[in-house]
Design a protein around this ligand. Structure first.
Ligand code: G3P
Ligand code: CA
Length: 296
């Protein structure tokens, strides 16, 4: 057993070294200049956010990356849901009227699994469930999409960084193909990203926010991407981010959210952002597609 642990530590360390040496291409504009389009909470304009249907919808639209939000139940299971309470996106109020404020962390997984996470969005999605992270990763294995995984309010869930990495490892999402091109862990919490980077330096991370240029170097010690709200992005800021080397020794990338209209996407693409996180990935893919020259 000790031997197996030692071997797995060595393998993990080697993977780390290899991944550190790979380009941080996880979420950057590709060589043809295409902006990476991330389906925000799946394709959340067309299906209930953060559900398996939302991922399927994104896959049908040809979206290569989806974004989600991860939190923890009372009995310690990781689930994919945005709000820290269940009332906006499920029928929890109907089912458990006496349990306000319906925090995710105060319900067991079995209880959450009884909730309808689709009817609020539309009758076609009645009976949709809140997925566990494991279920979500399984589906992405089928669709082949990449995952921009957000640790949502990690300060509410001590140890969620390590636990998320353990779930990812068990699902074979910390192997080289995933580490080098299909997984980024992001958060508004710099401490959570520092912890993630310390535990698994081979995992690409993204900071949600727009630190001042003078602080970018500090962020570059533990993150590869600055994922900034769209109105905070300027061409000068994009240039400043690209001028830094991130945690994997490659130029830092900048993605922006949540961009759901074509003119804004076109403007941000011209500023040079690497990726756009959107509820309407079909629309944004068209808006940011490089233009071919007109035949003469
Ligand atoms: O990925 C960016 C975006 O998801 C951050 O905001 O509130 O939608 O999680 P929020
Ligand atoms: Ca999010």
């Amino acid at each position: 057993m000790q031997h197996r642990t030692a071997v797995s530590t060595v393998v993990s360390a080697l993977c780390g070294v290899l991944a550190l040496a790979l380009p941080a291409q996880a979420a950057s504009a590709d060589q043809a200049g295409h902006i990476i389009v991330f389906g925000h909470r799946g394709a959340s304009a067309y299906a209930p956010e953060n559900t398996l249907s939302s991922v399927e919808q994104a896959a049908e639209l040809g979206v290569d990356w989806v974004e989600n939000d991860v939190q923890r139940t009372r009995d310690g299971r990781l689930v994919v849901i945005h709000d820290t309470t269940l009332d906006r996106t499920t029928n929890v109020k109907e089912r458990y009227p006496d349990r306000a404020p319906w925090s995710v962390s105060s319900f067991s997984l079995a209880e959450i699994k009884q909730l309808d996470a689709g009817s609020w969005f539309g009758p076609d999605f009645r009976g949709e469930r809140v997925p566990t992270l494991e279920e979500y990763l399984d589906l992405l294995d089928d669709t082949g999409q990449g995952l921009l995984l957000e640790l949502k309010q990690p300060e509410l869930y001590p140890g969620i960084e390590r636990q998320t990495l353990e779930v990812l490892a068990r699902a074979d999402w910390l192997d080289l193909p995933h580490l080098s091109g299909r997984l980024v862990v992001q958060s508004f919490s710099a401490p959570a990203l520092r912890t993630t980077h310390r535990l698994r330096p081979d995992v690409h991370t993204g900071f949600l926010g727009n630190p001042p240029v003078s602080q970018l170097k500090q962020y570059a010690a533990f993150t590869d991407e600055i994922n900034a709200e769209q109105h905070s992005v300027t061409a000068a800021y994009v240039k400043a981010v690209h001028g830094m080397k991130g945690a994997h020794g490659e130029p830092m990338h900048i993605n922006t959210w949540t961009v759901d209209n074509a003119p804004a996407a076109t403007k941000l693409a011209r500023m040079g952002v690497d990726g756009i996180i959107t509820d309407r990935p079909d629309l944004i893919a068209i808006a940011t597609r490089p233009r071919t020259s007109q035949p003469s």
